[in-house]
Structure formats: C-alpha cells, structure tokens
Design a protein around this ligand. Structure first.
Ligand SMILES: [Zn+2]
Length: 455
C-alpha cells in the first residue's frame, strides 16, 4: 500500500514519508492558506513542515516567503503541483505530522525492527501502539499504527480546538491505554475532550483553560500526559516516580480545554469577520479598557466559566456587579445564574458522576497555589498544599476575597470536602508567551505527579 519511503538527503532528524490519503480522516476543516495568510492554521502548517524536515523559517503564524518556499519544496518532492498553496490535499497529506502516526498495511518481510528504521521510530513505540500484534507472527494485510519519531504534543504553537482534537487522537493512537471521550460540548458545539490514564481505585481530576486567554495551561496538561504515557510504555519514571506506580495508584482524568470557543477566539481560530467573532467584539465594547481579543477570559457568550459554580455564586455576583462586571463581556461576568453555560455544567456533571479524591484547576498567572474555600478544611488539604509548594516553588495562599467564590475549586471543596486546588501558573500578562512554557512545565511537573501520589 505504501511506496518505498524516500529519505531526504540532509534531512537528518526530519522525516520524509510518502503517505496515502486517508479520506476518512480529513475532516479537520482547515482553511486554505497561502502567501500572506496569518493565524493558527499557518502555525499548524509550519509545525507540520518542520516535523517533515522542511524549514519554514520558524513557527510564527505568518505565511511568508520562507514558508511558501518550504511548502513548494515539499510539493516538488512528492510530485504535487508546486503552487505553494495549502488546501485540502496538503492538509490531508501532512496530517500525520500533526497526529504523529501513520497506518501501515503489513507486507511480506515486514518486521517491527525494519519498520522502526523506515519510519524513524522505535520498536517499542510500534509495539505500544499495537498491543494486539505479535511481532513474531505479523499477518500480511493487517494494519499497524506506526508512531512517528517525535513527541505529538507541541509546546511551541498556539492552541486551538482543532489542534487539541488532533493531539488527543494522536495520544490515543500512540498509547491505546488512554481512555478518551468528551464530557460535553461548548456553546459552538466543540467537544470538551477528556483523557484518562491509570487503573487505580482512586480518581483524580485535572482541568485547564476555564479562561480563554490562559490557554498555555492546555499544553501543560497534555505534555504531562504524554510524558507519563511515554514513561509508562518503557517502564520508566516521571519526576523520579515510577510511571507504573502512578498507573496503579489512581485513574487520572484530564479535561485540557474547558473553554474551546474562548481559546479559539483568543488564538485567532475564530477570526475577524466571522459571526462569533463579531458578536464577541460587540460584547467587548461594553468594556473598552480590556484588550480584544487578548483580554478575553470568558466563554463565547461572555460568561466567566469559573464564576459559574454553585458555591457562593450570589456573593460572587454581588462583588462582580459592584466592580462593574454586570453584563456579558470578556471577563468576570457571572452569568444570569449558576451553571447556565454548557461548559461549566459539563464539568459539574462529570464531577458529580465520579468520586474525585483531589482536583487541580490550572489558570495563569501569579505562581501561586490557592488551596482554601472559606473555612472548609478537607483532610490533608493543607499538608498537600505544602508538598505542592515544595516541589514547585509556588507559595500556597488564601484565596483573595475578591475572587473567592463560585469557582470550580470552591464548589469542589464545599461539595465533597476533598482537597481541590487552583494553580496560577507562570507570571506576567495573560496570554503568557510560549517562551515561558518550559519553565512553567518544570515548575509544575512535580505538582502534577504528586497530585496522583498524594490523592
Ligand atoms: Zn483563570
């Protein structure tokens, strides 16, 4: 099914694969882009070209001459019309570089070793992705998932709901022990993805991107999941902890993007001129001092999803109204009642249906751990906050009175009397730049690991 795979001379760490179109998986709805285009789709193309071994001149979301030249080289190498335009055919061709795997139909003589060399991956990665396959008895005509030789979670490009869907698919295919699904849908119908890993009795829950312009927390959780899965697959460690120990300790559930519509607005996937963008812009005009769209925290209807939970919601409303946040807008509007928004309601229902022993809600910014709600003191919540503080360098603090109500953490603590935390990662003005990602990850990988160990 696959022709011989050419290796580009000098492409070193890059990959050069001739890939079959898989018509069943081209429904990503990516726009056609060309010289002069801008935005997250351009970043996706630049990421794919980079992973394929073609240098687009960096990943900056601007389709300039270097990106065009890289695309034309790619098109020439694969016998496509070298027009430098990325339309549906190109998106389908480069998709494996976004999901991080290809399918390969076994032919006579194939071995895992041979395939790992041909696709620049490892025998272990192939074995992990195909737990049913017996490498001693490969059956001609059966289809293998071949993970490509790079990590699937990018940490150098803007996140969008489309990128999240691609990454979730990639993680699931490369590590079939992930459970994936959705906890509901956003206002605009985007899936609220979850991933779960582990088989312990205890259940733990991490979520990120309640707030649109805090989307850097999404790759934070995804990267942790990938590192954890990689470590588990090779019987290795993460943050000096055996992944197999984490796996048998607890089942970890992660919702990496609670607010996909809002994230898409902030990162440009919902672009100027579209109805959703223009509606949001008109809501933002009520708050002219907040930059648009970069200051947008709310969901696409202008409701702050972390002021939606039934824990002191009326007090939150009073406080926020007094501050002038009395109608839909970029931030701090509590809505017309608790849980009016599908995203918050989905998390609420998901939480009620399980027995989480501990939750982490990731936000930016401030480098601080909030661990309390009013006078509730769930057993061990202070002790665990101290441990989190030790491994991250983030201090643990009382929640400031002006934002002390109606958040997910507040509701979780009040309802279940279990430890729940809001982590404000990184420092600066949200959206934090991706240049801060590595530091944020290094600061938080200990918390993410200990959250499972200590739950
Ligand atoms: Zn936040």
């Amino acid at each position: 099914m696959y022709p011989d795979v050419p290796h580009l001379s000098g492409a070193g760490c890059g990959l050069a694969l001739l890939l079959e179109l898989d018509a069943g998986e081209t429904g990503d709805n990516l726009e056609t882009i060309r010289l002069g285009s801008r935005g997250p789709s351009v970043e996706l193309l630049q990421l794919a070209l980079t992973r394929a071994g073609y240098n687009p001149g960096g990943i900056d979301g601007v389709f300039g001459p270097l990106t065009q030249a890289a695309l034309i080289r790619y098109q020439r190498d694969y016998g496509l019309i070298p027009d430098g335009v990325a339309g549906p055919l190109i998106w389908a061709r480069i998709r494996p570089y976004l999901v991080g795997y290809v399918r390969h139909t076994i032919v006579a003589g194939d071995t895992f070793w041979d395939l790992s060399n041909r696709f620049n991956t490892s025998v272990n990665a192939i074995a992990t992705a195909n737990p049913w396959a017996d490498p001693q008895q490969l059956q001609i005509g059966q289809t293998l998932v071949i993970p490509l030789g790079f990590e699937v979670v990018p940490t150098n490009i803007s996140y969008t709901s489309t990128l999240l869907s691609l990454v979730v698919e990639g993680l699931r295919m490369r590590y079939p022990f992930f459970e994936t699904g959705s906890v509901g849908s956003s206002v605009l119908g985007r899936p609220l993805h979850y991933l779960a890993i582990g088989n312990g009795q205890t259940e733990v829950f991490y979520n990120a991107s309640h707030h649109a312009n805090e989307w850097i927390t999404t790759p934070l959780l995804l990267k942790f999941l990938e590192e954890y899965a990689e470590a588990y697959a090779i019987n290795g460690t993460i943050f000096n902890t055996r992944a197999s120990e984490l796996y048998s300790k607890a089942k970890l559930y992660v919702v990496p993007m609670v607010n996909p519509d809002g994230v898409d607005l902030v990162t440009g996937a919902i672009s100027s001129g579209s109805p959703a963008y223009e509606t949001a812009r008109s809501l933002a005009r009520n708050y002219p001092s907040i930059p648009f769209p970069s200051g947008w925290k709310a969901n696409i209807q202008g409701v702050d999803l972390n002021l939606q939970y039934p824990a002191g919601w009326e007090i939150a409303r009073e406080q926020k109204y007094a501050q002038g946040f009395n109608r839909p807008g970029p931030r701090d509007f509590v809505g017309t009642g608790p849980l009016t928004e599908p995203e918050s309601l989905a998390l609420y229902n998901f939480t009620l249906a399980r027995k989480f022993a501990l939750t982490l809600s990731y936000h930016t910014q401030g480098k601080v751990i909030y661990w309390r709600y009013l006078d509730y003191l769930p057993p061990r919540s202070l002790e665990i906050a101290r441990r989190f503080s030790e491994v991250s360098g983030y201090p643990y603090e009382e929640t400031p009175a002006y934002s002390g109500y109606a958040g997910y953490k507040d509701w979780f603590i009040q309802t279940f009397n279990k430890p729940g935390y809001t982590i404000e990662a990184g420092i600066g003005v949200s959206p934090l730049p991706l240049s801060q990602f590595d530091e944020i990850y290094a600061d938080n990988v200990g918390i993410l690991t200990l959250g499972i160990v200590l739950a």
